[in-house]
Design a protein around this ligand. Structure first.
Ligand code: HEC
Ligand code: HEC
Ligand code: HEC
Ligand code: HEC
Ligand code: HEC
Ligand code: HEC
Ligand code: HEC
Length: 203
């Protein structure tokens, strides 16, 4: 009855404001209650955002945007959902120091969750606006997909991986990357080249 009273008050107010997961999760709504198709989605192209019908009980004129594009070309929610809660696995990789991104430290506290969706989509309960932080990082995937051999290993998830180089990979990078003034932060290379690379035998 409480929700109904709020709903009457709300009518017409939802449009124009950014969507807050925090507000809606506090109402005890669940991930799959709104994103119903996500757990059974088998193609990256699937739209797993809610249909307007989900909102109509509480809002008169809900606005739902198109899904945010990523640089991924393949992903299968169903296969990964079938593996259970992956949060402890990702957390263990961060604790062991094998997680291939410095960003692990920041997400570590958010991985103490029993909600399997939050293993990859972290911090939703505190999110007041949808940003890229709602999406997993590449290092999350590499906890399991640990073979690293660019560009071949990249094709599991990306098309045209040869083009997926950081901007600092300028044309003469192979020659210039070991100049004294190159100011290279080796930790940043790990996510694409691994920690133990030989790179044509020079290392
Ligand atoms: C069970 C009722 C309920 C459902 C279902 C619901 N909302 Fe809400 N919504 C609320 C309440 C309560 C607020 C908070 C209003 C306030 O704080 O003034 C809210 C607020 C909002 C706002 C304002 C900003 C914010 O706090 O998020 C937007 C935008 C919004 N809802 C969009 C949606 C959309 C889109 C859907 C469907 C996917 C939806 N809501 C489903 C109850 C609901
Ligand atoms: C009240 C319904 C509702 C609930 C509950 C909800 N979401 Fe959402 N979610 C939405 C809406 C609506 C959007 C699109 C908002 C926008 O575009 O700003 C969204 C966006 C997202 C996005 C980003 C999608 C994109 O393309 O930008 C992710 C990821 C996501 N939700 C995951 C979750 C997870 C995980 C949970 C549970 C912890 C959850 N959501 C709970 C309604 C909901
Ligand atoms: C198992 C899946 C997977 C594999 C394999 C993979 N990636 Fe990614 N990659 C991701 C995910 C997830 C993201 C984040 C996508 C987003 O939010 O747009 C990403 C993002 C990226 C980005 C853009 C953001 C960034 O981190 O700079 C680049 C560039 C990239 N990958 C290159 C590569 C290269 C090169 C390889 C091979 C060495 C590779 N990826 C292998 C999953 C993967
Ligand atoms: C193994 C990691 C992983 C898990 C677990 C996971 N997701 Fe995702 N999710 C992703 C990736 C990767 C994307 C980006 C796909 C893309 O580029 O469209 C995504 C995208 C989404 C989106 C964005 C909308 C769209 O259509 O692309 C929503 C919503 C979403 N997931 C909801 C969920 C829900 C709900 C669960 C739990 C049932 C869940 N996810 C579990 C990795 C995961
Ligand atoms: C817990 C380990 C684990 C994590 C974390 C993980 N994967 Fe996977 N992934 C697997 C396994 C195991 C398979 C093989 C599943 C099968 O074929 O039944 C797989 C299969 C895949 C496939 C092939 C799917 C298909 O349709 O055959 C893609 C693409 C993929 N994963 C992308 C990703 C991306 C992107 C992420 C990060 C957002 C990710 N994976 C995170 C274990 C994982
Ligand atoms: C986002 C992924 C990504 C990151 C991060 C990354 N690389 Fe690369 N790198 C690539 C890809 C993709 C190639 C091309 C592979 C191919 O074409 O065979 C490449 C190629 C190279 C080459 C060969 C020359 C060239 O430009 O093709 C060198 C040298 C190199 N990387 C060094 C580094 C160093 C040093 C770092 C860390 C400072 C780094 N890379 C970080 C993706 C990345
Ligand atoms: C032609 C030989 C050569 C090739 C090929 C080469 N490097 Fe280097 N690299 C060097 C030299 C020489 C240095 C400077 C000396 C040193 O520190 O080892 C260097 C330094 C570096 C450094 C900074 C120093 C360090 O070890 O922390 C990184 C990171 C690096 N290379 C990454 C790569 C990556 C990734 C590739 C392959 C994509 C690659 N290099 C390919 C010769 C090469």
């Amino acid at each position: 009855m409480k929700v109904l009273a709020v709903a009457v008050f709300l009518v017409g107010q939802a449009s124009g404001l950014p969507f807050s997961h925090q507000t809606h999760l506090q109402l005890k709504l669940t991930c799959t209650g709104c994103h119903a198709p996500a757990a059974s989605s088998t193609r990256l192209e699937d739209n797993n955002l809610p249909s307007r019908a989900v909102c109509l009980g509480c809002h008169k004129d809900p606005v739902i945007k198109a899904p945010t594009p990523t640089v991924l070309n393949r992903f299968n929610h169903r296969k990964h959902a079938a593996m259970g809660n992956l949060a402890p696995l990702i957390a263990a990789a961060i604790d062991r120091g094998t997680y291939l991104s410095e960003g692990g430290v920041k997400i570590r506290p958010l991985l103490n969750t029993t909600n399997a969706c939050e293993a990859c989509h972290r911090g939703m309960a505190a999110s007041t606006e949808v940003t890229k932080a709602a999406f997993p990082q590449m290092a999350d995937c590499l906890v399991c997909h640990s073979q690293i051999d660019p560009p071949w290993s990249c094709e599991l998830c990306h098309d045209k991986p040869k083009t997926l180089k950081p901007a600092y990979h300028v044309a003469d990078f192979l020659d210039s990357h070991h100049r004294k003034d190159a100011k290279i932060d080796r930790t940043a290379c790990a996510v694409c080249h691994g920690r133990k690379f030989t790179c044509l035998g020079c290392h």
